[in-house]
Design a binder for this molecule. Structure first.
Ligand SMILES: Cc1cc2nc3c(=O)[nH]c(=O)nc-3n(C[C@H](O)[C@H](O)[C@H](O)COP(=O)(O)OP(=O)(O)OC[C@H]3O[C@@H](n4cnc5c(N)ncnc54)[C@H](O)[C@@H]3O)c2cc1C
Length: 479
């Protein structure tokens, strides 16, 4: 009797894994029973802490799966109208309209509790007949000689599949089958993140207060009419684990201690109110690693996506969006190459998977690398502000000037503008015409970054000129 096998096995039912299951079902004509999803957690709990901002580039992937799915996610989230930068004392530095990032109404940025997003995706998977098996932690993944991939779980059971996807996050086990064991480095920064049921006092949008005197900075956004999310970043000693859900008592205590430190540093009360009313609190140690340069192993049969391939730091809010983009690109390539663009049933033969793997890595690595580097850079600019009043002043001017000139920070635009379909279709078209360049990185992220550096230099010069003119004026008056 032949061994039972899945066509596709997905390790990890996070944002990337669930989106992938839905997209494979929709675009690659796979029956629900051909897709198996395994998740290490016991279950997903309502009201668990944490939230994410969703932007146009990720929302496009949801819309491509189905407009109804996008509508359900939008309903569970809360739209941002503006993006504001503050000094920690409450002085506003600049305010941008969020519609600067995208002008399509159904792709406007939203904030959403992580558990609500997961619930919408899980419900959609259940409606599509896809089974998610909980308490199933993948421990090892091996490509066999018969072109099957065998996954062994923590309980000792095994499952065989034609194709295995590693959507199992920062500490991916599937990744070990592709590149061996790799640790991520602690960045020296920890984030306290939580939700509070308090009226929105910071405006309907996302706000970024930064201290001029300590390395603390934050991000606040609404996820409901009277629900605020806070993410406060501060330097800290190494933590044991990336994600730590705190008990109610621990959460209250850590938030109260942080609020006390921030108050002593002169933070405005509007930033402290959510902290002092926090309900679900998590502590996140920020770990980072350069994105891998190999995302596929096992002869094209073991494929990584999301944090398993490229863990982000969250300053630019693009980590989950990169996972969703991976899904959009991957499933479009699988449809084009393994389903003859929808004309044939899914065929995961070696030669077809080889084309998918090559294209996936050529498209995704040059796209993800600069976006995640921008995020690192943004974090560094935030933390450097406490080191010098001059740097801080230049940075504030730079933000203000950029918002006046570009409508928002240019570093944000390439992230949101990316359309995975355009990128994939250009790649396939160029390949068909014999151009092996592979469609570039799909946007001008690197160029915009350099622009940010140039803007900073220009702001420095302008500030120096203004300071010199002021001194000259004072001296002239005294005479
Ligand atoms: C503080 C903070 C704020 C952030 N804010 C944003 C934001 O605003 N916008 C944004 O786009 N991104 C944001 N991110 C990044 C984003 O959360 C991640 O990039 C995103 O969740 C990655 O999705 P993923 O599916 O790859 O991994 P995950 O969401 O981590 O999901 C992995 C899943 O796999 C499961 N798993 C792990 N190991 C195994 C195993 N061995 N076997 C089976 N299952 C396993 C896990 O339990 C989990 O369910 C933020 C991150 C942090 C830390």
């Amino acid at each position: 009797m032949s061994e039972p096998e899945a066509t596709v096995l997905i390790a990890g039912a996070g944002i990337g894994g669930l989106c992938l299951a839905l997209a494979l079902r929709k675009h690659c004509g796979l029956a629900a029973g051909e897709i198996e999803v395994f998740e290490q957690s016991r279950s997903f709990n309502d009201n668990a802490g944490g939230a994410v901002g969703l932007y146009a580039n990720g929302l496009r992937v949801l819309r491509d799966i189905s407009p109804e799915l996008l509508a359900a996610v939008r309903k569970a989230g809360y739209p941002y109208e503006c993006r504001r930068w503050f000094r920690h004392d409450g002085t506003q530095v600049a305010c941008a309209r969020e519609s600067e990032l995208c002008d399509e109404p159904d792709l406007q940025s939203i904030g959403i509790r992580r558990w609500k997003l997961q619930k919408v995706l899980c419900d959609a998977a259940a409606d599509a007949g896809i089974v998610v098996s909980f308490k199933m932690r993948a421990e090892s993944v091996v490509k066999r000689a018969d072109d099957r991939v065998e996954v062994t779980f923590k309980d000792g059971s095994t499952r065989v599949a034609r194709l295995v996807f590693g959507a199992d996050g920062l500490k991916s086990k599937v990744r070990e089958a592709v590149v061996g064991q790799l640790a991520a480095d602690f960045t020296g920064v920890t984030c306290l993140m939580g939700a509070a049921h308090v009226p929105t006092r910071i405006g309907r949008g996302i706000s970024f207060p930064s201290s001029r005197t300590t390395k603390n900075h934050g991000c606040f956004y609404p996820t409901g009419d009277d629900e605020q999310i806070f993410q406060l970043y501060f330097p800290a000693k190494e933590v044991d684990d990336a994600w730590g859900t705190l008990t109610a008592e621990e959460g209250r205590l850590e938030c109260a201690q942080l609020a006390e430190r921030l108050r002593a540093d002169g933070w405005d009360e509007k930033f402290l109110v959510p902290l002092e009313n926090a309900e679900a609190v998590i502590r996140v140690g920020l770990f980072a690693r350069e994105p891998l340069d190999v995302w596929v192993g096992g002869g094209g049969r073991i494929i990584l996506l999301g944090d398993a391939a490229h863990p982000p730091v969250p300053y630019i809010g693009q980590g989950a969006m990169m996972a969703m983009e991976d899904v959009g690109v991957l499933t479009r390539l699988l449809k084009i190459y393994c389903c003859a663009d929808g004309a044939r049933p899914f065929d995961p033969s070696d030669h077809l998977l080889a084309r998918v793997s090559e294209a996936y890595q050529q498209l995704r690595i040059p796209r993800v690398t600069p976006v995640l580097r921008s995020s690192h850079q943004l974090g560094k600019t935030q933390q450097r502000r406490a080191e010098s009043w001059w740097y801080n002043l230049c940075r504030e001017w730079e933000i203000w000037l950029n918002v006046c000139r570009h409508g928002t920070l240019p570093i944000m635009k390439p992230g949101a503008a990316y359309d995975f379909r355009v990128h994939v279709d250009k790649y396939v078209h160029d390949k068909d015409k014999g151009d092996a360049s592979g469609g570039g990185n799909g946007d001008e992220v690197a160029v915009v970054d350099e622009g940010g550096g140039r803007a900073r230099a220009a702001v420095g010069l302008l500030t120096a000129a203004a300071a010199a003119a002021t001194v000259a004026l004072i001296v002239a008056r005294r005479r």
